[in-house]
Design a protein around this ligand. Structure first.
Ligand code: DGP
Length: 114
């Protein structure tokens, strides 16, 4: 997608601080971190929102969560705890319309979220 900022990051047209790269995903640090650890797990395929996922994406979504689990382990935050967030559409706060899983850790989190 020509006008997608995350596609441009994935194509290295825009720099980012990459944490992990696989054939399916890139994980990089959020430019506006909401916690001491704030990583975005972003599939290479352009999928705008959770609403655009299909049955065929079951493995993709599972692998995104397992990727987050693996990053959390590498960061040493598995036991302390972390939050995974998928925002879907503007009403939930989505601002970049390329699917991404937030991994947040390193501070207390309230429930329910604000
Ligand atoms: P969301 O609100 O769920 O759509 O989250 C989008 C996140 O993307 C937000 O936390 C800020 C981050 N973000 C936006 N633009 C850039 C960028 O150019 N680089 C990086 N690393 N993160 C970005």
């Amino acid at each position: 997608m020509d006008d997608c900022i995350f596609c441009k990051i994935l194509e290295k047209k825009i720099p980012s601080q990459r944490v992990v790269e696989t054939p399916e995903f890139v994980a990089f640090k959020d430019v506006n971190p909401q916690a001491p650890n704030h990583i975005l797990i972003v599939p290479r395929r352009h999928i705008p929102t959770v609403n655009d996922l299909t049955e065929g994406d079951k493995i993709l979504i599972g692998e995104m969560v397992l990727q987050a689990q693996s990053i959390a382990k590498d960061l040493g935050i598995s036991e302390e705890g972390y939050r995974l967030v998928l925002n879907c559409n503007r009403g939930a706060g989505q601002t970049v319309f390329h699917l991404h899983l937030h991994l947040l850790a390193g501070r207390p989190f309230s429930w329910p979220p604000g």
